[in-house]
Design a protein around this ligand. Structure first.
Ligand SMILES: NC(=O)c1ccc[n+]([C@@H]2O[C@H](COP(=O)([O-])OP(=O)(O)OC[C@H]3O[C@@H](n4cnc5c(N)ncnc54)[C@H](O)[C@@H]3O)[C@@H](O)[C@H]2O)c1
Length: 456
């Protein structure tokens, strides 16, 4: 099938490339000219394991192309919208890019097609888009002024909007595409549902991966409810960890005991520096904003956000308390991406911590195997922030080492070398609880986890 994907970011590029790998002919459209040029030259603008190979294979095979305009493929069977929906000041989602793409699709499409909304959008957005397409079509029919390539358009192509939220996890996005837990399709139109089944058919061969067909609004809410549920779990465990810290209990053991309950399960129960990334913080706030708007405030969701903010403050306080203040101190940060295996720093805990440390007069030396360039761009010109080429270089003369992202390269550090490079009795703050305290304290350094028992 001919498919056009708008947005060559984390979602659009992965979706487009993987759809091409399933045998579809895919045009990926992005208004960022530089990004399109890069992709045409075979350079991948984001770090996502396995993606480069799939892009190159399908571009070479003629199934995947890139452009700043969709004009070269006006007969696509489906238009995927995978552009950003960043937060507005009040927490609600900014849908400007989604509406800009909708207008482009209306002006481009010459065949009946489905418009597949992959971007995370508040409940009711897809119905709004359908209203927009139906309204414009009726307007053009009644005034009869619309032309396609200069010829009068007797009939506008029918555009049917389908919600198809994306659940990929950055760093594991390719596996998530080919082996999804579920594909959710929101539409009341059986023909549109059939198009979606055909698009995803190669994933459904075994019949084990359910395609859940529902209405557009329920589909939109599946996405928000899923992310909010995960964010609530993380915030809950972070609060349990803070309680462990205050009460001298150990969050590792609490997690094991709690997670052994089959009704609860073991996943997403890890304490840390607070959730980040381009999705959880913004989706939690957008869901809360939607709920307030319709007069059904969601207390648990609002609390998850507040607890996450508090967790960031907790990490900063741990450092300040241990060092007796932050002014003039040097802090080494390992892990700047919001999670391992991505270069994405959007809403990363590293940003909140760096801002707090810099505000208090500390100097920050960061390291990350993939996200260092994005971090450097974000703090370009800052007198407080420097980047280290090698992870050991960040430690030179530092008062504290803080682990924020559990990349594999940080899992088993050379603690003897670290002790030589850090200041004597420096703080090692393991904000991911992945190190053994005794490996650190044995070298005369001070270990601190998040809610872990001292001396463990
Ligand atoms: N990143 C994730 O892990 C993830 C997971 C699930 C869902 N989502 C959702 O998917 C959507 C996209 O997220 P992302 O992380 O891929 O964003 P992104 O910022 O990485 O990519 C968005 C791309 O859209 C392009 N764009 C903007 N306006 C455009 C237009 N009018 N026409 C064509 N291209 C345009 C931008 O140049 C950019 O390359 C968001 O709604 C997000 O919430 C993201």
């Amino acid at each position: 099938m001919k498919l056009t994907v708008f947005g060559a970011g984390y979602v659009g590029l992965v979706t487009g490339a993987c759809l091409a790998d399933l045998g579809h002919t895919v045009l990926i459209v992005d208004t960022n000219r530089e990004r399109v040029e890069q992709l045409r030259e075979g350079r991948i603008p984001i770090h996502e394991p396995g993606l480069a190979e799939i892009v190159r294979r399908n571009a070479k095979g003629g199934r995947l192309s890139f452009d700043t305009s969709p004009a070269s493929q006006p007969d696509a069977a489906a238009y995927f919208i995978a552009v950003g929906t960043p937060p507005k000041a009040d927490g609600d989602a900014n849908l400007e890019a989604v509406w800009a793409v909708a207008r482009t699709i209306f002006e481009t499409a010459q065949e009946d097609a489905v418009v597949v909304v992959k971007s995370t959008v508040p409940v009711g957005t897809c119905d709004g888009l359908q209203y927009f397409f139906d309204g414009l079509s009726a307007e053009h029919r009644s005034t009869e002024v619309f032309t396609i390539n200069g010829a009068p358009a007797s009939r506008r192509p029918a555009l049917e909007v389908v919600s198809n939220p994306e659940f990929l996890k950055e760093g594991d996005a390719i596996a998530d595409f080919f082996k999804p837990d579920r594909v959710v399709v929101g539409t009341g139109d059986e023909d549109a549902a059939e198009v979606m089944r055909a698009i995803y058919a190669p994933l459904q061969l075994s019949g084990e991966r359910p395609l859940i067909v529902t209405d557009r609004r329920s589909s939109e809410l599946v996405k928000y409810a899923s992310n909010a549920m995960l964010a609530i779990r993380i915030s809950f465990m972070n609060e349990v960890a803070r309680l462990c810290h205050a009460a001298n209990a150990d969050v590792h053991d609490v997690r094991l005991g709690v997670g052994s309950d089959s009704r609860i399960g073991k996943k997403f129960l890890y304490a840390g520096p607070g959730y980040g990334g381009s999705c959880f913080p913004k989706d939690v706030q957008a869901l809360a904003a939607t709920a307030r708007r319709v007069g059904q405030p969601m207390q648990t969701v609002e609390a998850a956000h507040r607890a996450n903010q508090a967790q960031r403050g907790f990490v900063l306080d741990l450092i300040a308390q241990h060092l007796g203040g932050l002014e003039g101190k040097t802090i080494a940060l390992w892990g700047l991406a919001f999670k391992p295996e991505t270069d994405d720093i959007r809403e990363s805990p590293a940003l909140a911590l760096t801002d707090g440390l810099a505000f208090a007069g500390a100097r920050i030396v960061g390291h990350d195997p993939e996200a260092a360039d994005n971090f450097a761009r974000h703090y370009a010109g800052s007198a407080h922030v420097a980047l280290a080429q090698r992870q050991e270089d960040a430690l030179e003369g530092a008062d504290a080492l803080v682990l924020l992202t559990e990349w594999r390269c940080y899992r088993n550090p050379d603690w003897d070398a670290a002790a030589r490079l850090l200041k004597p009795s420096a703080l090692v703050l393991d904000a991911r609880n992945v190190w053994r305290a005794r490996d650190v304290t044995f070298r005369g350094l001070a270990y601190q986890g998040i809610g872990t028992k001292k001396g463990r």
